[in-house]
Design a protein around this ligand. Structure first.
Ligand SMILES: [Zn+2]
Length: 340
């Protein structure tokens, strides 16, 4: 029997992108981050319908749970399937047994109607009692009016804004544009090119940043609280922690794993109830960041959620059938890829 911890939190995820693995190559090979967005992610998100989104979210939530991650702070973008999308994601997570904080990423990329519908989806979901934040894609795809509308909606609903900030060069002006709007309850994601201090919690996503070639964001250099996310590349937080530690170490030889581990546990500020969940791991020293940093392959054996319900026993989910979830995902991935 290994060590026991609370359930882990993935503090920035995109459950809509679970089906992206294996997608067809883009028509033109992207040569910078802006082209990666245009050639890969904006083609994928535009092709999603609610059936695809449901299959994507179910598989993403299941893979999170099997990695001992019982909470996901999600950021959705599905511009041709906006209405009801946050319910689809919330229901998929609830079915599997994962807690979710949902947001729809508002953007002006699809004209004023798309902006309005995005704001309305956040508002509708929050008003109906959904656990969420107000999502914004990023400052560089929004006018000042849209940013102000999202900030105002979040304040009205008593939640923060969940927004990508200065992820790459194309969003380098984000700090200046958000300075008068950002609040302590905002979740500001990436901040790789952020040129000033903004209020809010910084979500650091080391694997995604490396994959997009945007550079190292030096999250430890900001005064903000830092949390750890995957930006849609699974939800294995021990794996992301190991990467966060070595990325930190590559930048600063004096870096210690305790810092990156604090970014994992800071996720409890976003989803406090995950700390009461119980994960039994395949390894005895999950309570030691120095052990975990140098021990690949630690697995979640048992996961116990709210009211003592066993959600995973010996690595097998109790509520859903893994083969069925994967088969659904494969079927919807075929439909999705045919549209790309
Ligand atoms: Zn993201």
């Amino acid at each position: 029997m290994g060590a026991v911890t609370g359930g882990l939190v993935c503090s920035h995820h995109h459950l809509y992108s679970t089906l992206a693995r294996g997608m067809p190559a883009p028509p033109h090979t992207p040569t910078d981050f802006a082209q990666i967005l245009e050639q890969v992610w904006w083609r994928l998100d535009a092709a999603l319908d609610l059936d695809m989104l449901r299959a994507s979210a179910r598989l993403g939530a299941l893979e999170a749970l099997l990695a001992g991650t019982t909470g996901i702070v999600d950021h959705n973008e599905s511009p041709n399937a906006i209405e009801g999308s946050l319910d689809v994601i919330a229901e998929a997570c609830a079915e599997v047994g994962v807690r979710a904080v949902c947001a729809y990423g508002v953007t002006d990329r699809h004209g004023p109607d798309g902006t309005r519908r995005g704001l309305e989806e956040n508002d509708r979901f929050l008003r109906s009692g959904g656990r969420g934040m107000v999502g914004v894609h990023a400052a560089f795809t929004c006018t000042d009016e849209t940013l102000a509308a999202a900030a105002g909606l979040a304040a009205d609903r008593g939640v923060g804004v969940h927004i990508h900030v200065a992820e790459g060069p194309s969003d380098a002006a984000a700090g200046e544009r958000l300075e008068s709007l950002a609040q302590d309850d905002w979740l500001i994601v990436h901040c790789v090119r952020l040129d000033r201090s903004l209020p809010g919690t910084i979500a650091h996503n080391p694997r995604s940043n490396m994959n997009n070639g945007v550079g190292y964001g030096r999250p430890a250099h900001f005064p903000n609280e830092v949390v750890l996310g995957t930006d849609g590349i699974g939800a294995d937080m021990l794996e992301e922690f190991r990467l966060a530690y070595v990325a930190h170490r590559a930048d600063d030889i004096l870096a210690v794993p305790d810092t990156a581990w604090s970014w994992v546990t800071n996720g409890y500020r976003l989803i406090p109830d995950c700390e009461n969940d119980r994960v039994t791991w395949s390894y005895d020293h999950v309570d030691s960041p120095w052990h975990v940093a140098f021990t690949p392959g630690i697995r979640a054996l048992d996961v116990v959620g709210a009211d003592g319900e066993v959600l995973v026993r010996n690595g097998v989910p109790t509520r859903v059938d893994t083969a069925e979830v994967r088969a659904q995902a494969a079927e919807q991935a075929r439909r999705l890829f045919a549209r790309l």
